[in-house]
Design a protein around this ligand. Structure first.
Ligand code: NI
Length: 263
């Protein structure tokens, strides 16, 4: 019997309207053996909606935070509101937060850093781990996290990890866990696969980042769904040469260790 977790996904948009809605997505996930789903906020509205999904569905937990690419929506007072949402018994972390330099019209690096640190301070105050989104910003992310080490007492998750095996060591030394999703199943994703093999067994997690990045054999389909985390887990066990069932149990235990509010 499968024991799977989708540690990072987005179910708060309208992407699922055409495929039966969120309830159908969660039913299909349950049938595939996905026991827990962590819905990630990326701005204030999606954080509120994630909380409401967690209140509706037993398998759903959530995180709240401002994604670095969404910071133009940030308003004075929003951090306090995030703090109130995060006090919920099913809010397991502050996230996704971080740095994203991919698109030239993203918010300025200075503003991204400022809000990243403010949200880390909130996590520290609430004794919660963080979920980090970092894209094309490896060095700056590592430098910032090292400088703010005292805010990382509850650790964190590098979601959809895509950096080098060398940096796995650096982030792990700061207490980070690493989750892998669809990209780790892509044939040409050599670097991600190497990193997925290099992560210590007690720091490994699985995710889908639904509705994005569907894994093989569904690469390119939209929307991706939580049930597909099964293919991520199968691929990880093949890559790492570990037994599927054992790996699933270890990953589930890792999620509970990183997110103590996860039951
Ligand atoms: Ni995400």
């Amino acid at each position: 019997m499968a024991l799977l977790i989708d540690a990072h996904c987005h179910l708060t948009g309208d992407e699922y309207d055409g495929v039966g809605g969120v309830e159908a997505v969660l039913d299909r996930a349950k049938e595939a053996g996905v026991k827990r789903v962590i819905v990630s906020g990326f701005d204030l509205d999606s954080s509120r909606e994630a909380k409401s999904l967690a209140e509706t569905y037993a398998s759903v937990y959530f995180t709240v935070g401002f994604h670095p690419s969404e910071l133009e929506k940030y308003r004075e007072g929003d951090l306090e509101e995030l703090g109130r949402l995060a006090a919920h018994e099913k809010c397991v972390a502050i996230g996704e937060i971080g740095l994203d330099y991919h698109f030239p019209d993203n918010p300025s690096p200075d503003f991204q850093e400022e809000l990243f640190i403010k949200q880390m301070e909130l996590a520290d105050k609430l004794r919660l781990p963080i979920v980090v989104h970092s894209r094309d910003a490896a060095e700056d992310t590592l430098t910032l996290l090292r400088a703010q080490k005292e805010l990382l007492k509850k650790g964190g998750l590098m979601h959809c990890y895509a950096y080098s095996t060398e940096m796995v060591k650096d982030f792990a030394a700061l207490g980070f866990y690493f989750s892998f999703g669809g990209t780790s199943t892509f044939k040409n994703a050599k670097k991600v696969k190497e990193s997925a093999k290099a992560v210590p067994l007690d720091r490994l997690l699985t995710e889908t980042d639904s509705p994005y990045l569907a894994p093989e054999p569904f690469r390119g389909t939209f929307p991706n769904e939580c049930k597909n985390v099964r293919h991520v887990a199968e691929n990880l066990s093949a890559l790492r040469g570990e037994k599927e069932e054992e790996l699933q149990e270890r990953i589930f235990a890792n999620a509970k260790r990183l997110f103590p509010k996860l039951k």
